[in-house]
Design a protein around this ligand. Structure first.
Ligand SMILES: Nc1ncnc2c1ncn2[C@@H]1O[C@H](COP(=O)(O)OP(=O)(O)OP(=O)(O)O)[C@@H](O)[C@H]1O
Length: 230
């Protein structure tokens, strides 16, 4: 689904990302971990053509992401608050995004119904503008909106951060219940959560892949804890 070839990004003299080759097959649940500044958000920003690579490219369904639009129709993402529109209420925002995907008001309401528990009564009908919502509630709006177009690829940067424990648990359930064919890329500092919901974990250190652990969530957690305890 997604191929990365010879991808690098530099800021000044500092190379912050250098990936020779990474292949993310369709339907994979891909977790990305690494210490602060390891390059996780940089990688996701390159996957979404938000920044320019210095070398190499990201391809989605065989087509370069940079400079092309086809991937946008089937890729949902939430990286940070810049994806939101602060002067709208969550309902207005969901309807705005839904319209982009040809959904009418009742389609959007039906789509949001399974999010009721995750929203915990604080998102819909709150009468608040998104800009006035808490960090965790903004994140809930962004995650739900990323799924609105029923994407084939979902990219979430640190989705568990700022969520209360109940919401983290509900988000894990939500991710587990996503359609089987959906390719999901999640970055996280929460090793237990990310190994629970992802079958593959890539560990970045100073912009390079230092571990690529597949099909072994329990071993992944042990291996990652041992790595970060060093
Ligand atoms: N616009 C920028 N200008 C200069 N340096 C940048 C810029 N954006 C990112 N960097 C640097 O790139 C490196 C990787 O940052 P990135 O945000 O990708 O890390 P991260 O793994 O997401 O970190 P965190 O876990 O703290 O969110 C860091 O050293 C960061 O300071």
């Amino acid at each position: 689904m997604i191929q990365i070839e010879n991808l690098s990004k530099r800021y000044g003299q500092q190379v912050v990302l250098q990936l020779e080759h990474l292949d993310i097959p369709a339907g994979e649940r891909f977790g990305l971990v690494g210490n602060n500044g390891a390059g996780k958000t940089t990688l996701f920003s390159l996957l979404l053509d938000l920044i320019r690579a210095d070398t190499g490219e990201v391809r989605s369904k065989g087509e370069a992401v940079a400079g092309h639009d086809a991937w946008k129709a089937y890729t949902g993402a939430f990286i940070d608050d810049s994806f939101l529109i602060g002067h709208l209420t969550p309902e207005e925002y969901f309807h705005f995004v839904g319209e982009l995907y040809g959904m009418n008001a009742s389609d959007v309401s039906a789509f949001l119904a399974p999010f009721a528990e995750f929203f915990n009564g604080e998102i819909l009908d709150s009468g608040k503008y998104i800009r006035n919502m808490s960090k965790g509630n903004k994140k809930k709006v962004g995650i739900a909106a990323a799924l609105l177009g029923r994407p084939e690829v979902l990219i979430l940067d640190e989705p568990f951060a700022n969520l209360d424990p109940s919401s983290q648990i509900r988000l894990k359930q939500l991710i587990r219940n996503l359609p089987a064919g959906l390719t999901v890329l999640i970055s996280s500092h929460d090793l237990a959560h990310v190994t629970e919901v992802c079958e593959r974990i890539v560990l970045l250190e100073r912009g390079q892949v230092v571990r690529d652990i597949k099909d072994a969530p329990e071993r992944a957690l042990q291996e990652l804890e041992a790595y970060f305890a060093q």
